[in-house]
Structure formats: structure tokens, C-alpha cells
Design a protein around this ligand. Structure first.
Ligand SMILES: Cc1ncc(COP(=O)(O)O)c(C=O)c1O
Ligand SMILES: [Zn+2]
Length: 407
């Protein structure tokens, strides 16, 4: 069953509904009597569908999959000193099939869409949702329609959507305006919406929490970037389900990170408000989280409340610095929104929210190649050789500096 988080109304899975009659967000209910154990999962391949009992789709649904999930959990080494913490892991969601965490939600939501007999799917997007939805729609034989703000979609993401055969509708304004179009269109029933208001998206995305605790146990903190606030809600749903099922006995605290120019939830957190302070003109280089009116805010506020969580904002300069730190000290290329989570960790540590010995997982939501313009804007030295000999001489000069260094 699917349940309204506001009024508690219940709906059948076969209703194509993504909002309650009262306007409340919907949530897929996982039955408490679901019988699972870690040993049940252990012998299956380390992919999202390893947890199939915890994703309550009707049993006759054909799964549309691109082998998502099972992403690397990488211990940070050289950068942890700069970050001021000893035990920090990065869950690299950029290793999903289309390069972001969105694939987790999409394998589930596209599978149910196909099962319900849907022919056209739509989403508003800052880029990654559309890249993922178009790929999964292609695999399922559905037509993808994407609604995008005219400016600010990173090149890598829009290239993916074009490659997979999207029909694109550009709208004026920001992601929030594009999402309003999707809400209207879904009320009219003209296409099936696959934004994170769709509760099946959350069902897929929650599995990142299952993977983390299965691999290293329950961390003290999970830190992640927040835009429309679907993912932080999904992570919390996953964790609380695990505890209800007796698979873990404690819960981590959550830390959500927003860019300073697009921080409606951080403002609410700082001022102790129950609701976010919506922003009409969000600004940040981290285009994936350039969102002023997160629709999943009720779920996110609940997650923050229940986890004794925190929200922190970081400047674009801090995001760029964190992206460079990961890229150059760890060899991990993430897009700016994901780097924001690393910048957030540094800030929370400096503010003594986080202790240096605590076990921390940062979810890096998307790959650096998603935004090649931004990735290639970091400073680098370039040498223009005039001949082969000149090139060889330059190489010799550069390497002599490093060859003679002691470390
Ligand atoms: C790379 C990346 N990180 C973070 C987010 C934010 O996720 P959510 O909107 O679920 O808060 C997005 C959303 O588009 C994203 O693409
Ligand atoms: Zn309701």
C-alpha cells in the first residue's frame, strides 16, 4: 500500500497517484513482518536488487535494470587531515550506470511505470534526473519527456538526455518552475511523473543506506547534499526500516548540505523554523542543487528532527576547493553538488559538531564528468612546446622537480 504522510489515507499500488487528495506526499509502506536477515542478502551480487524483499513492488513486476547500486565505499586517506577527521568514507554514487544516485530511484520507478502500462514518462530536472530517466525509459521502451530550466543544465547531463532520445521542453525560470509544470501535467494525467515526489523513487534511493551499513556498520554521521530533499528523505527511510526490522540497533545522525545561495532548509534549521524559507532565485555553481523550493521538505524536516540532524550551507568557493581536494588528493572526481558535502563536513568539523574520531560517510552523488565545464575550470599549468625536443626538455624540467623531492 501507499500511504499519505499527512492524513494517513491509503492507496492501492495500482493507482497512478503521486500525491494524496489532501496534497500530502505519499510513501510506500514496508510491512513490519517482512522476513529478512543480512545472511539472506550476503550471497547475492552487490547490486541494488540484492535487497528486493525491502522494495515492496508487486511480485509480477518485470524489473528494468542497468545493474545500478553496489557503488564503491572509499576510505579517504590524504584528504582526511585537511578535513580534520580520521574515519571518513566516501560512497561514490558517480559509479552508477548514468553517473549519479538517481539510477537507484529510476530502476524502481520505471519498473512500476512499465507495469502500470504507462507509455510516456516525464520529469523536471537540474540534469541528473533527466539523464537517468531517459536511459531507463529507453531500456523499458517508454517515451521520456524532460522539462528543464532554459539555463544552467550541465553539459554532461543534457548530452546524456539527448543521446537517450528525450523530448525536451524548456521553461523559463528555475528547476522549481519546471517542477510546477510536472505537477500540473500529472494532475491532468498527461504523462507519468518521475520526480522524487513519486514514492517509488524513494524506494530505490533508500538502498544506499542499506549498502553503507552492510559494508561498515552504522556510521556516526551520514553527510549528503540536499536539493529537492528526496535523497535525504530516502536515506532516512532506509535506515529507520532497517532498525524496525532488527537489522541494525542504532541510527546515525544526518547532515544535509546546501549551497549558500540555495539554502532554504539551512535557513529553516538556523532559525529553528518548522518550514523552509523558500527562495525565488537560487544561485550556485552546483547546478544540481540550485533549488529554492524543495518539495520533499516535510520528509526532510522529519529526517532531521528524528536523527538529531543538522543542515549547513557552504559557499561556491568552498565547493570548488572541496572538489579540487578530492580530485587531487584522493583521485576521486565528483560534480560540484557532491563536493558540497565534503565542504560541509569540513565546516561541521570546524564548528565541533563532528568529533575527529567519529565514523563518517559522505555520499558523493554524481560524477565529475557531469559538469565538464566546471571540472576543467581548475587552475593548471600548460606548456606549449615548439618541437619534439622542446617538449622532451619541458618534461625533463618538470620531472626533475618531483624526482628530487623526498616524498
Ligand atoms: C548530483 C546531485 N546531488 C544532489 C542532488 C540533490 O538531491 P535531492 O534533490 O534528492 O535533494 C541532486 C539532485 O538533482 C544531484 O543531481
Ligand atoms: Zn493525505
Amino acid at each position: 500500500m501507499i500511504k499519505c504522510i499527512l492524513c494517513g489515507s491509503k492507496f492501492d499500488v495500482y493507482e497512478r497517484r503521486v500525491l494524496c487528495k489532501c496534497g500530502g506526499l505519499l510513501e510506500v509502506e514496508l510491512q513490519c513482518n517482512t522476513r529478512v536477515s543480512w545472511s539472506l542478502f550476503k550471497n547475492r551480487s552487490f547490486r541494488l536488487w540484492r535487497y528486493r524483499e525491502l522494495i515492496p513492488l508487486p511480485s509480477d513486476v518485470n524489473i528494468v535494470s542497468l545493474c545500478e547500486g553496489g557503488t564503491p565505499l572509499i576510505r579517504l586517506t590524504s584528504s582526511s587531515e585537511v578535513l580534520g577527521v580520521k574515519n571518513v568514507f566516501l560512497k561514490f554514487e558517480g559509479a552508477n550506470p548514468t553517473g549519479s544516485f538517481k539510477d537507484r530511484g529510476m530502476t524502481v520507478a520505471i519498473s512500476i511505470a512499465k507495469h502500470l502500462g504507462v507509455k510516456t514518462v516525464m520529469c523536471a530536472s537540474t540534469g541528473n534526473t533527466s539523464a537517468s530517466m531517459t536511459a531507463y525509459a529507453a531500456r523499458a521502451g517508454l517515451k521520456p519527456i524532460i522539462i528543464l530550466p532554459k539555463r544552467g543544465i550541465a553539459k554532461g547531463k543534457i548530452s546524456q538526455a539527448i543521446l537517450h532520445g528525450a523530448e525536451i521542453v524548456f521553461v523559463r525560470g528555475y528547476f522549481d518552475d519546471a517542477l510546477r509544470v510536472v505537477m500540473e501535467a500529472s494532475l491532468k494525467g498527461v504523462a507519468y511523473p518521475l520526480n522524487s515526489i513519486n514514492p517509488w523513487r524513494i524506494e530505490g534511493q533508500k538502498t544506499v543506506a542499506y549498502e553503507i551499513v552492510e559494508e561498515i556498520g552504522v556510521p556516526d554521521w551520514i553527510i549528503l547534499p540536499v536539493g529537492n530533499a528526496g535523497n535525504i528523505s530516502a536515506v532516512w527511510k532506509g535506515l529507520t526500516e532497517l532498525r524496525r526490522l532488527g537489522l541494525i540497533d542504532r541510527l546515525p545522525r544526518l547532515a544535509g548540505v546546501q549551497a549558500s545561495g540555495a539554502a532554504p532548509l539551512v535557513q529553516a534549521f538556523k532559525r529553528g523554523l518548522e518550514k523552509p524559507v523558500f527562495i525565488d532565485d537560487p544561485k550556485t555553481i552546483a547546478s544540481a542543487i540550485r533549488i529554492g523550493k524543495p518539495v520533499n521538505w516535510p520528509r526532510a524536516m522529519k529526517a532531521l528532527r528524528e536523527s538529531r540532524g543538522v543542515m549547513v550551507d557552504v559557499s561556491d568557493e568552498e565547493i570548488i576547493e572541496a572538489q579540487r581536494l578530492l580530485a587531487r588528493r584522493e583521485g576521486i572526481g565528483v560534480e560540484p553538488a557532491s563536493a558540497a558535502a565534503i565542504a560541509g563536513l569540513k565546516k561541521l568539523r570546524e564548528a565541533h559538531y563532528i568529533d575527529k574520531d567519529e565514523l563518517i560517510v559522505v555520499i558523493a552523488t554524481g560524477h565529475a564528468l557531469k559538469d565538464p565545464d566546471q571540472a576543467s575550470s581548475h587552475p593548471i599549468r600548460v606548456h606549449n612546446a615548439t618541437s619534439i625536443n622542446d617538449a622532451v626538455e619541458i618534461i625533463g624540467k618538470i620531472s626533475s622537480i618531483y624526482e628530487s623531492s623526498k616524498t
